[in-house]
Ligand binder design. Structure first.
Ligand SMILES: Cc1cc2nc3c(=O)[nH]c(=O)nc-3n(C[C@H](O)[C@H](O)[C@H](O)COP(=O)(O)OP(=O)(O)OC[C@H]3O[C@@H](n4cnc5c(N)ncnc54)[C@H](O)[C@@H]3O)c2cc1C
Length: 346
C-alpha cells in the first residue's frame, strides 16, 4: 500500500518512434491536462529514446508543464526492460498520482510491466477518464462483459493510478507554439550487459495496411450483405465516395473482408466525418468503435434495429435497393456516369 500523500501530478508516457510522437500521446496530453487542472497539479510527459530531446517542445505545446527526459543510445529501440527501468526510476523519484499510456502494443506492454513491478493498479483499454477533485481518485471507465456495461475502475490504495487509453477516443488540444515548461533530464546507469533483450535487426512490414482510423469517410458493411459477393456493394459505394471500407465483426468472421477493416471493441476505433453503417444491427461492441463519428447514416431493413438508436440519419430498406440508388446519385453528382455494378443479392 502506498502513502497516497506522497504522490502528486498527472503523467503521460510519450510514445515515439523514429523521432515522431504517436498521436495517442498527444490525445492523452489533452485528457491529462483536464485531469491535472481539475486536481490543481502539474501535467508531465515522460519521454524516452535516443536523440529525442527536440520532441520536448512538442510535448509542451500540447499541454505539458514538465518533461522528464531519458535520452541515451540504450533507448534507441523500444525494449520492455530498458523502458520499464527508466519509467520505474522516474516514478520512484518524482511520484505521480496518475499515469496514462496509449493502448498501443508498446503502451500495453510497458504499462503492464511497470504495474507489475510497482504492484499498483492498471485499467486496460480505457475509453473515459475523470478524476475526483478532492480525493484524487482516477475514474477509469471501459466496456466490460462483452461491452454490455461500462465499468468504472478505481485504484484506491496504490499509486500511481495507471490506465492505458484507446487511441482516437480522447482529443488532443490545439498546439500552442512557443509554450514552454520545465525540462528535467535524467540519466540511468544501465549498460547493454544489464539487458537480456538485444535488437538484432528491424524488419519492416511492407504490406500495405488499411488505416481506417485515419479515414474521413467510412462505408461499413455487416452480415446483412448476405455473402462475400454481396459485400462488393460496400466496396463499390466506398469507391464512388473515395471512402474507406469498414466492417462488423460478423462480416469479418464470415471471411468477407480482412480483420484490419473491423470496427468496434475488438477492432479499430474510428472517428470519420461520415460513417455509413449498412446491414449492421448496431450491437454495442460495434457502436463503441464508431459512435464518435461526425455523421452516422444507417441503412437497415429492420425498422427496430438498434443501429437506428445510434445514428443521425436512418434509412429503413433493403441495402440492395438503396445503395445502388445512392451510388448512382453520387456518381451523377460527382460527374461520373459509369454503370452501377455490384455483386448482387444472394
Ligand atoms: C467480446 C465481444 C467483442 C466483439 N467485438 C466486436 C467488434 O469489435 N465489432 C463488431 O462489429 N462486433 C463485435 N462483436 C460482435 C457483436 O456483438 C455483433 O455480433 C456484431 O456486431 C453483429 O454484426 P452485424 O451487425 O454485421 O450482424 P447482425 O447482428 O446479424 O446484423 C445484420 C443486420 O443486417 C440487417 N439486414 C439484413 N439484410 C439486410 C438487407 N438486405 N439490407 C439492409 N439490412 C439488412 C438485419 O436487419 C440486421 O440488423 C463482439 C462481440 C463480443 C461478445
Amino acid at each position: 500500500m502506498s502513502n497516497l500523500e506522497d504522490y502528486k501530478g498527472v503523467w503521460v508516457f510519450i510514445e515515439q518512434k523514429e523521432g515522431k510522437i504517436a498521436h495517442v500521446s498527444l490525445e492523452l496530453l489533452g485528457a491529462g491536462r483536464k485531469l491535472a487542472d481539475k486536481r490543481g497539479v502539474p501535467l508531465a510527459g515522460i519521454l524516452i529514446g535516443h536523440q529525442v530531446k527536440p520532441l520536448a517542445d512538442e510535448v509542451f505545446a500540447y499541454g505539458a508543464d514538465i518533461v522528464y527526459l531519458y535520452d541515451a543510445p540504450i533507448f534507441r529501440h523500444y525494449r520492455t526492460e530498458t523502458f520499464m527501468r527508466a519509467v520505474i526510476h522516474c516514478v520512484e523519484t518524482y511520484k505521480p498520482e496518475i499515469f496514462l499510456y496509449g493502448a498501443t502494443s508498446t503502451g500495453k506492454d510497458l504499462a503492464s510491466a511497470v504495474a507489475t513491478d510497482l504492484a499498483t493498479g492498471l485499467t486496460a483499454d480505457t475509453t473515459m477518464l475523470d478524476v475526483d477533485a478532492d480525493t484524487g481518485l482516477l475514474e477509469a471507465s471501459r466496456p466490460a462483459f462483452g461491452g454490455n456495461i461500462m465499468a468504472t475502475i478505481l485504484c484506491k490504495k496504490d499509486r500511481p493510478q495507471m490506465a492505458t487509453v484507446r487511441p482516437k477516443v480522447m482529443k488532443a488540444l490545439e498546439p500552442q507554439k512557443g509554450r514552454t515548461g520545465t525540462l528535467i533530464e535524467e540519466t540511468l546507469s544501465l549498460g547493454e550487459e544489464d539487458i537480456r533483450t538485444k535488437v538484432l535487426e528491424i524488419v519492416r512490414d511492407t504490406e500495405k495496411k488499411v488505416r481506417i482510423d485515419e479515414a474521413d469517410i467510412i462505408v461499413a458493411g455487416g452480415k446483412g450483405l448476405g455473402s462475400k459477393e454481396g459485400f462488393q456493394l460496400i466496396h463499390q459505394f466506398a469507391e464512388v465516395l473515395g471512402a474507406s471500407v469498414g466492417a462488423s465483426r460478423d462480416a469479418v468472421e464470415a471471411g468477407w473482408i480482412d480483420h484490419h477493416h473491423q470496427v468496434g471493441q475488438t477492432g479499430v476505433t474510428v472517428t470519420p466525418k461520415i460513417y455509413f453503417a449498412i446491414g449492421i444491427s448496431g450491437a454495442i461492441q460495434h457502436i463503441v468503435g464508431m459512435h464518435n463519428s461526425g455523421l452516422i447514416i444507417a441503412i437497415n431493413k429492420d425498422p427496430n434495429a438498434a443501429i437506428f438508436q445510434s445514428c443521425h440519419y436512418g434509412i429503413v430498406g433493403d441495402a440492395f435497393e438503396i445503395v445502388p440508388m445512392l451510388i448512382e446519385g453520387f456518381r451523377e453528382a460527382l460527374g461520373k456516369a459509369e454503370e452501377v455494378q455490384y455483386g448482387g443479392k444472394v
